[in-house]
Design a protein. Sequence first.
Length: 246
Amino acid sequence: MSSEAKEILREIPLFEGLGDRALDAVAQRTVIKRYPRNAILFREGETARGLFVVVEGGVKIYRAGANGREQILHVEQPRHSLAELPLLDGAPYPASARASEDSRILFLPRDSFRWLYQNNSEIADATIRELGRRLRKVIRLVEKLSLKDVPARVATALVELATAAGELRQGGEFSLDATQEELAGELGTTRESVSRALSALRKDEIVEVDDSRVRILDVDALRRAAGVPLAAITGSVYERSVPRRR
C-alpha cells in the first residue's frame, strides 16, 4: 500500500517537491479507502481530521441551505487534494464533502500533515499556492452567482467548459459531462431554469445540444450571452471537469 501511496503522492502538486525518503515517510502515514457514490467524507462544522486526496472518482464540496438546496462550491477530480484550510487554521470544515461517484481516497492524518507543513518549505509553498487557487475560484463563483442572471450563468458555464476542452471556437464541440441537475447545483439555480436557458440558446442558434454533446454555432454570441471576455474565463471553476454523467 505504501508504494502505491508514494506514486500517488508524487503526482500531487503539494508533494511533488519531496525526495524519495520524504515521500516514503509521508506514504507510510497514509491510508487509502473506498467510498461509494454519495458517501460523506466530512460535514460542515466537524473538526478537521486530515488531508484527503482523490485517487479515483471525484468529490463534491458543497454547502446545504436550510431548505435542503445545495450550492456546489467545486468538484475535485483525481490527483487533487482537499480540506487543507481547516488543517492550517484549526477551524471546523467550512463545507461538506461527498463522493460524486464510486471513489478511492487517500487520507493523511492532521498531525502528519501539520508536521510536514511546518518542517518542509516546499510543502508550505505548495499549500499556499493551492489555497490561492481555491480563493480565486471562490471569487469567480461569487461573481457569477451574484452578478449574473441564470441564462448568463449557463452561458458562462458553457464558455468555461469549452475553454477547458480547448474548443472555444466556431464549430467547437465538447462534452457536457454534468446532468442538468448537477449543473443547476453548480450555478445555484434549479434544473428547470437550466433547461430553459439551454433551450433559449438552442432557439437563438447559438449552440446545438445533442444528449451530452454541445456544438458552438456562434462563438461571439455565446460570449456575449455570458457577458465576460475570454481573459476572465481562463483558469475558471471548470478547469477540472464537473462530475461525469451517469
